[in-house]
Design a protein around this ligand. Sequence first.
Ligand SMILES: [Zn+2]
Length: 291
Amino acid sequence: MQADPFAFASLLAEQILKGEGVGKLPIDPKAFARAKDIEVVAKPTSSAGVSGMLVRSGNEFAIAYATHLENEGFENFSVGHELGHFFLPGHMDAVIPGGSGMHESRAGFNSKDRYEAEADRFSAGFLMPRFLFFPATETAGSGLAAIEALATLCKTSLHATAIRYAQCTREPVAVIISVGSRIDHCFLSEALKQASGIDRLRKHEAVPRGTATHAFNQDSNNVKKAARVEESCNLQDWFGGKRSLPIGEDVLGLGRYGKTLTVLHSIKLPDAEEEEDEAALIESWTPRFKR
Ligand SMILES: [Zn+2]
């Protein structure tokens, strides 16, 4: 398995919180920054896609966060992202070369830029540190409802919370972000990745026909109006393979964000031993003929 190249950024955020003795959710990134003498201001941005800015003048720092999405969770994520540039090794020199100036960020937009991606992962780990977030996942329920409960607890966006949930839960779940007929990005929890005989979902692949998500995305109003459906489907609809298993498929329009969030959950994978026993049983029933 490929090691996660950005995991260190989340780990650093968690270490910083532990070092400060932070022991409960939610984490308030604005208050945290101010306590570090970093000025934090709200700023409506004119250029779309800019989530926030880091401004440096010598040893003075300021963070501006965009308010155009009117989403507190997204604002927190943006401030966490700028804190990432502040704390991650090498970032300050890379994003504000020369010691003075400003950096415009595009937080949470799945940037291919290494520094942006690292700052995003820092922010996710900072707002949803595993040592506090994982225990919360254990009592949050399942599916979209669990993610909503965790987003309320952490004051984070549903999008960021869903991704972090897939990283931290011990349940087999998949979180899929789609736009129209395409998968924009997707995350499988470790338990689902370990399951044998399922096809990997890929970025830019088509949303499978016959799924609730496919039907949902036929009408773009569903996304705008933040409509939601909770349906069931079959594991094979999404992942192919030999296992026919009913699973839950919760779908939510992410409003202004313009994307659809799908959570596949309640996936009762048989454990490896059970499956082996079953295979052995079938084998024992299969009559053998001599040639
Ligand atoms: Zn940035």
